[in-house]
Design a protein around this ligand. Structure first.
Ligand SMILES: Cc1cc2nc3c(=O)[nH]c(=O)nc-3n(C[C@H](O)[C@H](O)[C@H](O)COP(=O)(O)OP(=O)(O)OC[C@H]3O[C@@H](n4cnc5c(N)ncnc54)[C@H](O)[C@@H]3O)c2cc1C
Length: 341
């Protein structure tokens, strides 16, 4: 069924807790309803499909239609040592992680506690602790607005990269609505606990003795220590991308850091990825506020709205202040990971 509500309050549909409204809110239960949803959306000047709004910052009331998929189904195709899951886009990623790991299936446990829905997780190639949605997504069913039909994209056509995919590429922005995702998970143990924080938790344990639920719980516990729970402290997770710079820029930053050890990751293309959190912390922003917007005390990459009093402009003012100090001190430009609408 398609439901339509005009002049709708989006507070519960964005984890920053912004009290913004959209001109029309359209929800649907089945992929077959997408053409009807798009017809209703076309009566307004623009539209956007959202999941849980955990990577979005609505900068003002939205004069268009906001689309959302309510479908949360999951089907299992058993294949001896693995299972192909056919999952609706509207299922919460964390629910999927809990359901599969409780059944002893491996592959999604490191993605525990990432807010948001399965469809968006594919679009974003959500990832954490050495795992990414794109590793498991074998086939993505997406409605192509240009062709007016559903297309099936195998993994190799999705162009998964660091927090990106073909569905998010600028030339495709808004073109596809992901409605179903086929994911491959395993019955045999294949723990991915190389990430230092996880390695530490399971030190001395035979990896083969672990269960996916144990790894999921460890990931969730590590995340609870580091990140704010969006239900309690509104945020959109990591606000900035980790900058990827040329080696000369990195060398210059090291020189400017006067004796500090600069964490970094050497990339295959000769470039260097620098943790934005480190740069922000060095500029003294950890735990600091600018008006009602605050940098999270345990993870400076996260901008929060702790008292739910911040307006979009307050978040953007803090974003700009942080970016300006990092640019001034290190000569590195930070780009937001969070998408402004
Ligand atoms: C506390 C916190 C921690 C976080 N930690 C992580 C983390 O560890 N790793 C990580 O990767 N991310 C993390 N995030 C960011 C966020 O959870 C992910 O980006 C998530 O995948 C977004 O899902 P969503 O359903 O909220 O999508 P939304 O924010 O609603 O949308 C994101 C994008 O996807 C598009 N979209 C949504 N649904 C569809 C669809 N069905 N078809 C086509 N396009 C669609 C939207 O238009 C938008 O462009 C975190 C966020 C928070 C608040």
């Amino acid at each position: 069924m398609v439901s339509t509500i005009d002049n709708y309050d989006l507070s519960e549909h964005n984890t920053f807790g912004m009290k913004v409204r959209c001109a029309r809110f359209l929800e649907y239960d089945r992929p077959q309803e997408i053409p009807e949803v798009l017809r209703l959306a076309a009566e307004l000047p623009r539209h956007i499909h959202i999941g849980s709004g955990s990577n979005l910052l609505f900068t003002q009331d939205y004069d268009g239609a906001v689309l959302h998929c309510r479908a949360k189904g999951i089907k299992y195709m058993d294949m001896i040592d693995r299972v192909n899951l056919v999952v609706d886009a509207g299922m919460k990623l964390d629910d999927l992680v809990r359901i599969t790991t409780d059944q002893g299936l491996w592959g999604l446990e490191n993605l525990a506690s990432i807010p948001g829905e399965v469809g968006a997780a594919v679009v974003q190639n959500a990832g954490a602790y050495g795992a990414e949605m794109g590793y498991r997504a074998m086939d993505v069913h997406a409605f192509d607005k240009q062709l007016g039909d559903t297309l099936y994209f195998p993994q190799w056509d999705c162009d998964f990269g660091y927090r990106t995919s073909m569905f998010k590429a600028p030339e495709n922005k808004g073109r596809y609505i992901v409605h179903t995702v086929e994911l491959l998970v395993y019955k045999f143990p294949c723990p991915n606990i190389e990430y230092p924080a996880l390695k530490k938790v399971f030190e001395g344990r035979d990896p083969k003795s672990l269960t996916p639920a144990e790894v999921r719980d460890a990931v969730a516990a590590i995340r609870r220590d580091k990140l704010p729970d969006p239900a309690v402290v509104p945020s959109a997770g990591s606000y900035f991308k980790n900058p990827v710079v040329d080696r000369e820029v990195y060398d210059r930053v090291v020189a400017a850091a006067s004796g500090l050890t600069l964490p970094h990751y050497d990339m295959e293309n000769g470039k260097v990825k620098i943790p934005a959190a480190w740069l922000i912390e060095q500029c003294g922003w950890k735990g600091k506020s600018l008006g009602p917007a605050t940098v999270w005390h345990n993870q400076p990459l996260v901008i929060t709205n702790p008292d739910r009093k911040a307006q979009p402009a307050d978040i953007i003012a803090l974003e700009r202040a942080i970016a300006a100090s990092v640019l001034e001190r290190f000569g590195i430009e930070l780009t937001p990971e969070v998408e402004k609408v």
